[in-house]
Design a protein around this ligand. Structure first.
Ligand code: NDP
Length: 279
């Protein structure tokens, strides 16, 4: 008997941890399924995704640079996918239609609140970067009752465009990195891809409030430049995005399989594997 097929599409994708995470979830749930990482450049997305579902695929994750294409591909969108205009999870429904969802924001918020006890209500939050990841996390963060949400980006127009798009949901403003001078935040989220090339956005001194938290959506075996910056700024916590990765995957698994995985053993295992790689 053939097992249900799932995959993550992206470009590049070969270092993706998603196949490992979903196989751990499946093992935990006692379910048989396959989940593979497939290299799909944007120009081939339409053809490959159509073939995947036509040939019995049940669900997909989509990552850089395919989230907006996945949003356009879906027949139906959840509310959070409609708001973010980016989709990281596609599901084949019983009637043959394709549902699009975005689990990134929910994954981040769950990691912050449930795994790290970070209080979001009434806090001043800064997001660095205005790309696809930022698009997915703005609404779920605003829903937590923040005091303010600020977006700073290298290309200022992109940050301003996002702030304008989401202004009806909560207190949101935008600017350049230089505009951050003399401001302070309780939580600074790095949603730029600068860490992937070993870089750090130019950040003023004293940006982080006392007892503030830094969180890099990127992750790696070593602390990212932004996680190191947070430690230098005496952050109460300076975290990377491994927990978010596992939590957004758990939400996708729930959408596909109707079972909510216990994420803690999976996060602990991935953390122990990476610390053994660096020791
Ligand atoms: P995008 O390519 O859509 O956006 C990249 C953003 O980074 C842009 O705002 C860009 O600015 C900015 N940027 C890139 N290089 C630099 C630099 N050297 N200095 C300052 N800003 C820079 O990427 P995504 O939004 O999809 O992803 C962003 C990060 O989030 C990645 O590291 C990704 O791995 C991570 N991520 C993690 C997830 C998780 O589950 N942990 C989930 C999703 C994403 P500009 O607009 O000026 O080009």
């Amino acid at each position: 008997m053939s097992v249900d097929r799932y995959a993550v599409f992206g470009h590049p994708i070969k270092h993706s941890k998603s196949p490992r995470i979903h196989s751990l979830f499946a093992e935990q749930a006692g379910q048989a399924l396959s989940y593979s990482a497939i290299e799909v450049p944007a120009k081939h997305f339409q053809k490959v995704v159509t073939a995947f579902f036509a040939n019995g695929g049940k669900g997909l994750n989509c990552t850089v640079p395919l989230k907006e294409l996945a949003w356009a591909f879906a027949d139906r969108l959840t509310e959070r996918a409609k708001l973010s205009k980016a989709v990281n999870t596609l599901k084949l429904e019983a009637d043959g239609s394709i549902l699009g969802d975005n689990t990134d924001g929910c994954g981040l918020v769950t990691d912050l609140i449930s795994n790290h006890d970070i209080v979001l209500s009434n806090s001043r939050v800064l997001i660095l970067g205005a790309g696809g990841a930022t698009r997915g996390i703005i609404a779920p963060l605003l829903e937590q009752g923040l005091q303010t949400l600020t977006i700073a980006n290298r290309t200022v127009e992109k940050a301003c465009g996002l702030a304008a798009e989401f202004q009806d949901i909560g207190a949101i403003s935008a600017g350049s990195f230089a505009d951050l001078q003399d401001q302070q935040f309780d939580l600074i989220l790095n949603a730029t891809s600068a860490s992937l090339t070993g870089q750090l956005p130019p950040l003023p001194e004293d940006l982080l409030a006392a007892n503030g938290v830094c969180y890099d959506l990127a992750y790696g075996n070593e602390p990212t430049p932004f996680v190191r910056w947070g430690l230098e700024q005496q952050a109460a916590k300076s975290l990377d995005g491994l927990g978010m990765l596992v939590e957004q995957a758990a939400e996708a698994f729930f959408i596909w399989r109707g079972v909510r995985p216990d994420t803690h053993p999976v996060i602990n295992l991935l953390n122990s594997e990476r610390s053994s790689k660096t020791s």
